[in-house]
Design a protein around this ligand. Structure first.
Ligand code: SF4
Ligand code: SF4
Ligand code: SF4
Length: 353
């Protein structure tokens, strides 16, 4: 593989040909701020926050779309670069609600973090501000386009992760916004509510509706686990507050799915604490009603009934249907129950068909 060697902030870095300056800097342990860049998505060079100074190059190129070249000398934090980034942040804040006190994204908002890092306390430019109504038209996502910084990550996630292309940039200039075809509310579009757009949005423009008001990000414990819905086995993160699951998020480190999830995996978690959920076995009474029992009693009763069927009609009168929604271990035990305990090969699995 051909490589190039360049110098970034005085550090010599050797990277494969075709690597961007941003990736090369990250490889050298140098952090460059980005709002529109995402390693899982294509790079449009939209937000310009990742600008750097490159010797013998005019202007300040965006490092996410500049290819590293042999002998390049890059500065990622010169005074000029820092000043340019400050101005970009001020321009973004010039048309931003600055609603951090009540914004659901506070604490994990890239704009907030960079404003803090670069000491940008307020918008440096007075002017017109958007006043879009909240889009709450669909059951899972709240869109607040007043907080949108037009980074385009949601547009690319919808296209490149989910393959839906439900949203794109519409209108021009100050009126530019992310919109569905005909600028319909999201709930009336072809959106499949996968939430990939939420997972990449760097600010509070896209929020999971069910998580609104459930707590601040720093109050949540993230527990990584596997989605219980199907056999794909997507990695999810349970957001737990006070011992309760208040939301599900995804992580780029998900080995099977990256950040992609389907609507069930991302939003279908209300069963966990639902008052109708069975938490103890119920035994049917002769009059048709159910009485709560403990597990020992319930298992003994089921074993007795299975034993009676086997004695009266033989092992093959019994069958087991396993499920892709069970773990491998559960399905292994179901197999043992059928073959070793019941003595039948009548066992099947929904995912086999
Ligand atoms: S999106 Fe970020 S910067 Fe904007 S109000 Fe919310 S937390 Fe503050
Ligand atoms: S929820 Fe999924 S399908 Fe709907 S706009 Fe977002 S990324 Fe596209
Ligand atoms: S909604 Fe979020 S991800 Fe989409 S363009 Fe706006 S800021 Fe970027």
């Amino acid at each position: 593989m051909s490589t190039v060697t360049l110098t970034i902030d005085g550090i010599k870095v050797t990277v494969p040909e075709g690597t961007t300056v941003l990736e090369a800097a990250r490889q050298a342990g140098i952090a460059i701020p980005t709002l529109c860049h995402d390693p899982e998505l294509s790079a449009p060079g939209a937000c310009r926050l990742c600008v750097v100074e490159i010797q013998n190059m005019r202007n300040l190129p965006a490092s996410c779309v500049t290819t590293a070249a042999e002998g390049m000398v890059v500065s990622t934090c010169s005074e000029t670069v820092v000043e340019a980034r400050r101005t970009i942040l001020e321009l973004l804040l010039a048309n931003h609600p600055e609603d951090c006190l009540t914004c659901a994204k506070s604490g994990e908002c890239a704009l907030q973090d960079y404003a803090y890092q670069y000491g940008v306390r307020k918008a440096g430019f007075a002017g017109e501000r958007h006043d879009y109504p909240l889009d709450e038209s669909n059951p899972f996502i709240v869109r607040d386009l007043n907080k949108c910084i037009l980074c385009g990550k949601c547009v690319r996630a919808c296209d490149e992760i989910q393959g839906r292309t439900v949203i794109n940039f519409a209108f021009r200039g100050f009126a530019t916004k992310v919109a569905t075809p005909m600028d319909l509310p999201l709930g009336e579009s072809d959106c499949v509510f996968c939430g990939s757009c939420i997972s990449v949005c760097p600010v509070g423009a896209l929020t999971p509706k069910q998580m609104l008001g459930t707590g601040r990000v720093w109050e949540m414990r993230k527990v990584r686990t596997i989605c219980p819905y199907c056999g794909t086995g997507c990695t999810i993160e349970l957001n737990v507050k006070d011992g309760k699951v208040v939301g599900i998020t995804s992580t780029p480190e998900g080995t099977v799915n990256g950040r992609a999830l389907c609507v069930k995996g991302r939003f279908g978690y209300n069963f966990i604490h639902h008052p109708d959920r069975l938490t103890a076995p119920l035994i049917k009474q002769p009059d048709g009603s159910f009485r709560e029992a403990d597990w020992d009693e319930a298992i003994a009763l089921v074993a007795e009934k299975f034993g009676a069927i086997k004695t009266a009609h033989g092992s093959d009168a019994l069958a087991v249907m396993a499920s892709a929604r069970c773990t491998n271990e559960d399905n292994f035990l179901a197999n043992k129950l059928a073959r070793a305990v019941f003595g039948t090969n009548n066992i099947d699995h929904c995912a086999r068909l």
